[in-house]
Structure formats: structure tokens, C-alpha cells
Design a protein around this ligand. Structure first.
Ligand SMILES: Nc1ncnc2c1ncn2[C@@H]1O[C@H](COP(=O)(O)OP(=O)(O)O)[C@@H](O)[C@H]1O
Ligand SMILES: [Mg+2]
Length: 296
């Protein structure tokens, strides 16, 4: 490093400011930006140099996280698009007639790919709304059990692939007060994560717990759990634990923010090798309330 530094200072030009970026191997790995300007006398001769050394490690880390994010999002968007193109090609092939059963399988796969694209795009839109501070919550009574059933059905193929089970332990119907659309995103992200990470032959359980004026919604899985050293970063956007299975690292950031918008917190307990539990509370509603979101 010293060699680069000396070489840089020796090469200083008499007319401009030079800059050099240096990586100092860690731990902790540090990045330095050195800016150097020549001091000239009246005749324009260089008589010295002023150098400024700046620690740019934080900026470099953000840049890396953003680059990784773009790479994973592009990769994740590509998979379902490739699948839609592939299955439509099969359906449209004139010399390749399918049986009714084969057509159904193709259409189910197209439907599933479209659903995962919608899920990813919704996460990107939610993040952008949260970031720009324009996320608004329309708090009205609605039945949360329907949203949980719907999420359980849409992640069923993920669970089936590993022979895992969805356990539904929620009172039906269960009326709460909240923004139905935003809370659907919370539920989809939490159940989606549990389905993605639960173990082979494992389970995802969603339960409700009555606590007076509020209800707790609890989402459990028996996957690998969350590494202890990753816990402080888990709710930060773009962050994923080592060995994360696809995704863009936005789901938990969105869920936490939406719940804060409902004056609630997202609680996490996890034990490595045993599983993970996320839970949050919502205010209960009177089922006879007149103004509702309606069911979409
Ligand atoms: N139920 C879970 N079990 C194990 N790890 C999880 C679970 N939920 C989240 N994680 C970890 O937290 C990270 C962030 O989750 P999330 O914000 O939803 O992003 P994504 O799912 O796009 O990776 C995941 O990449 C994963 O490492
Ligand atoms: Mg996720």
C-alpha cells in the first residue's frame, strides 16, 4: 500500500487535483480515498502537495449492497419470465398438441410465475413508497383470516416441492383494523419467507392469539433459523443472510415499516437449527362495523 501511495504522490501533476482509491485489507477491511493537490509558487513551480485522506468504507459498502441488489433482482425477475415464455411456447407450438392435463400444467406454471412477478414488483413499489414517505394507511375493519388462507394457498407449491405442511390455526373469520392491502404484503412476505426457509418435510404454522383488544398473528417455521450475527441487519433493506435463497432483501424491511405505520412492532425469535417465529399484533374490530375494505 505504501508503494502505491508514494508512487501516487510522486506522480502529482502541477495543474490538477489527483485522486487515488486504496483498499486496506482488514479486518476490518477499509477503503480510503486520497486526494492530492499541488501547491505552486508564483512561477508555477511545484513546491509541495496538500493531501486529504478520507475513509470511504461506508459509501463503498452501500455501493456494493446496491450492486448485489440489482444483480439478485434481475436474476429473480428473469426466472419467472423465462418460465412464462417457455410454457407459452409449448402451448403455441402448432405441431405439438397437448392433452388437457398437459395444458393445465402449463397454465398453472404460467399463473405461478405471474404471481411471483407480481410479488416482486409489489415489494419494489412498496419500498419506493416507504422511502419517499408517500405510503398511506387506510385503517378499516377487515377479516385477516382470508388473507392468511390466500397466502397459504399461493405458497402451497413452494411447500409441496419439499413435502412441507401449512398449518392454519387462525380463528375464522377474524376481524381486525388495518390497511388490508398493506397488511397483505406483510403476511405474504412473512409466510413467503417461512415457506422458502422451512426444512424438507417441515411445516409453516400461522396462528392467532386473542389478547383482549388486540390479536397476535404468529408465523412459525422449523427451518435453519437466522444466524445470530445477521440479526442486527435483518430489518434493513437489501440485507440477506449468507446463503440466502434468492430474493432481494426487501420483505422484512417492508413488513417492519408497514407495522410501524399501524403503531405495531414486528417481533422475531429464532434459534439456529430449530426454526424462526415472527409475530405482530393488530387491533381487533367489531365484525358488525359497517365500513369495510370489501373482499378483492
Ligand atoms: N423464516 C426465515 N428463516 C430463515 N431465514 C430467514 C427467514 N426469514 C428471513 N430470513 C433471512 O432474512 C433475510 C431477509 O429476508 P427478506 O427481507 O424477506 O428478504 P428476501 O426474502 O428477499 O431475502 C433473508 O434473505 C434470509 O436470510
Ligand atoms: Mg422475503
Amino acid at each position: 500500500m505504501i508503494y502505491y501511495l508514494l508512487d501516487f504522490l510522486n506522480k502529482r501533476s502541477s495543474s490538477s487535483t489527483n485522486s487515488l482509491e486504496l483498499e486496506v485489507s482488514g479486518p476490518p477491511k477499509t477503503y480510503l480515498m486520497i486526494k492530492s493537490t499541488a501547491i505552486l509558487d508564483r512561477k508555477g513551480q511545484t513546491v509541495g502537495t496538500v493531501s486529504l485522506i478520507e475513509n470511504i468504507t461506508a459509501e463503498k459498502e452501500i455501493q456494493k449492497v446496491k450492486e448485489d441488489f440489482i444483480a439478485t433482482v434481475t436474476h429473480d425477475l428473469k426466472n419467472p419470465i423465462t418460465s412464462v415464455i417457455g410454457y407459452t411456447d409449448i402451448l403455441l407450438h402448432p405441431r405439438n398438441p397437448q392433452t388437457e392435463e398437459q395444458r393445465k400444467v402449463c397454465l398453472q406454471n404460467i399463473r405461478q410465475s405471474a404471481e411471483s412477478l407480481t410479488f416482486m414488483v409489489n415489494n419494489l413499489l412498496d419500498t419506493s413508497k416507504i422511502e419517499s414517505g408517500v405510503m398511506q394507511y387506510n385503517l378499516l375493519p377487515f377479516d385477516i383470516s382470508t388473507l392468511i388462507r390466500k397466502a397459504g394457498t399461493s405458497f402451497e407449491p413452494v411447500l409441496q416441492d419439499k413435502n412441507a405442511t401449512f398449518i392454519f390455526s387462525v380463528e375464522e373469520p377474524f376481524w381486525v383494523i388495518g390497511d388490508r392491502v398493506a397488511l397483505e404484503s406483510v403476511i405474504n412476505n412473512l409466510i413467503g419467507n417461512a415457506a422458502k426457509y422451512t426444512s424438507e418435510e417441515g411445516f409453516v404454522e400461522v396462528a392467532s392469539e386473542n389478547n383482549g383488544d388486540t390479536v397476535a398473528i404468529i408465523i412459525r417455521d422449523n427451518g435453519p433459523g437466522i444466524p445470530r450475527d445477521f440479526m442486527p441487519f435483518i430489518f434493513k433493506r437489501f440485507h440477506q443472510a449468507r446463503g440466502a435463497k434468492s430474493g432481494s432483501g426487501l420483505g422484512l424491511y417492508i413488513a417492519k415499516n408497514i407495522l410501524e405505520g399501524h403503531k405495531q412492532t414486528l417481533t422475531l425469535t429464532s434459534e439456529e437449527g430449530k426454526g424462526t417465529t415472527f409475530s405482530f399484533s393488530l387491533e381487533k374490530a367489531d365484525a358488525s362495523s359497517l365500513q369495510t375494505h370489501g373482499d378483492k
